[in-house]
Design a protein. Structure first.
Length: 85
């Protein structure tokens, strides 16, 4: 739960992402050998913003002591920027 809160805070605090409903859900299996799965979903208007989200998630999950697998379910759609404004 703390990792999910940490990711949500990091994404909310990024000014260029504040208009987009990006959600990160963390699945942490009880077995320590199983990877933590971070499922990221939501619309973004460009590949650059998609890459920014992935960089933030990688930064925030670095050093947690477990393997992390990122499931990218973001949708890049240029019209999202017009609707978010």
């Amino acid at each position: 739960m703390t990792l999910q809160a940490k990711l949500s805070d990091a994404l909310l605090l990024e000014p260029s992402l504040s208009d987009f409903p990006i959600v990160a859900i963390v699945y942490a299996p009880l077995r320590k050998r199983s990877p933590v799965i971070v499922d990221i979903a939501g619309p973004v208007p460009s590949l650059e913003l998609r890459d920014l989200v992935l960089r933030i998630v990688k930064r925030e999950t670095a050093g947690i002591g477990r393997e992390v697998r990122i499931e990218d379910r973001m949708v890049v759609h240029p019209l999202v920027a017009r609707h978010a404004a």
